[in-house]
Design a protein around this ligand. Structure first.
Ligand SMILES: Nc1ncnc2c1ncn2[C@@H]1O[C@H](COP(=O)(O)OP(=O)(O)OP(=O)(O)O)[C@@H](O)[C@H]1O
Ligand SMILES: [Mg+2]
Length: 321
């Protein structure tokens, strides 16, 4: 494993030199071939059977690093970097591909920095495709950029990804980012967005830094979906002011949260009220945009309902204080 990873890391067997960029190539796949690879992902997650390709990415979901040309999915060969990540529908949960695509589109409308996403259907299976932010194109070549998720940056084992707290993440940003004020604000917006859409799975591997030419900054956001529409996931991965149920949080939780982070309570409150007010309209427009592109899906109404409830509750509790 480890041929094409998150960031600019590639692993090779002892004594093997990394291939030169001139050797990089990409293999186009027929829909049937791709469908077979996707079906076999649980047994062959790194595609080692496929001409020894060794693709590795973190996370619980089945995924594949790929490259896209003219909307056609290709696989990297001879050490070539991938440019996109493909995720398959999660078994036993309805509409996860549509859910994540919708939430990422909504995040963009809400002003968060997120990579472009799309859905491509292969033999009737919808696949979620996201642009990689740890890649850039230079002279028509894909170049790998260094990224580090917050577990890595904190030296926390990935099995303990639910242990870093929000307070620890905010101080990490303050200590590491070259644009700490901007990134602190971005992270606050992410925390509130996740609360409003009901994303309970925002753990420390779902947020990363990019170490670019100009220093370390918060990466674009990824893995945003409304887990609240599924039966299991109502409690947030990271507590806010001691509480884990965003829908029940009150001003006192956010006061506590502001005390333990570099952000003033006034800013926290303003950000919540502004975002809660805006998100219902943006979700409606995103629903229209999504339906125009991909047709209707029942999960969209469920997400819209979560958003309506959580934003209404927040606007109500904050209007009292
Ligand atoms: N657009 C992207 N560009 C670059 N790297 C990405 C991108 N999206 C995800 N990654 C990397 O891939 C890893 C896994 O992605 P992601 O979190 O979306 O998967 P997941 O299986 O849904 O995760 P989880 O276990 O949190 O459910 C991330 O931790 C990140 O390092
Ligand atoms: Mg993840």
């Amino acid at each position: 494993m480890g041929g094409d990873c998150a960031g600019a890391v590639s692993l090779f067997e002892d004594g093997t030199l990394p291939p030169k960029p001139a050797a990089y190539s990409y293999k186009s796949l027929t829909d049937d071939h791709l469908a077979k690879i996707i079906k076999e992902l649980p047994e062959n997650p790194f595609m080692v059977d496929e001409a020894g390709i060794r693709l590795s990415l973190a996370g619980a979901q089945e995924k594949l690093p790929v490259s896209l040309r003219d909307n056609k999915i290709r696989i990297s060969m001879n050490g070539a970097p991938s440019s996109h990540i493909l995720k398959t529908p999660i078994k036993d949960l309805h509409g996860t591909v549509e859910n994540e695509t919708f939430c990422m589109m909504l995040a963009k409308r809400m002003g968060l920095i997120v990579p472009d996403v799309k859905i491509i259907k292969i033999n009737e299976t919808p696949l979620y495709i996201i642009d990689r932010y740890d890649r850039k194109i230079e002279n028509e070549q894909i170049i790998r950029l260094i990224q580090e998720d917050f577990c890595q940056a904190l030296n926390v084992n990935s099995q303990l990804k639910y242990t870093p707290t929000l307070e620890v993440c905010f101080s990490l940003i303050r200590n590491e980012s070259v644009v700490q004020i901007k990134d602190t604000k971005r992270f606050l917006q992410l925390v509130i967005f996740n609360g409003l859409i009901g994303n309970s799975d925002a753990h420390a591997k779902n947020i990363s830094f990019v170490h670019g030419e100009n220093g370390t900054t918060l990466a674009p956001f990824y893995d945003l979906l409304s887990t609240y529409v599924y039966p299991y996931a109502k409690k947030m991965a990271m507590k806010i002011g001691g509480g884990r149920h965003f829908q029940f949080l009150e001003p006192k939780h956010f006061e506590r949260f502001a005390k333990d982070t570099p952000i003033k309570y006034k800013i926290v409150k303003e950000t919540i009220v502004t975002m809660a007010d805006k998100i219902v309209r943006e979700a409606k427009d995103t629903t229209q945009e999504f339906s125009d592109l991909y047709g209707k899906n029942p999960v969209l109404k469920e997400i819209n309902d979560v958003i309506k409830n959580s934003s209404k509750q927040k606007l109500m509790v904050f209007s009292k204080k």
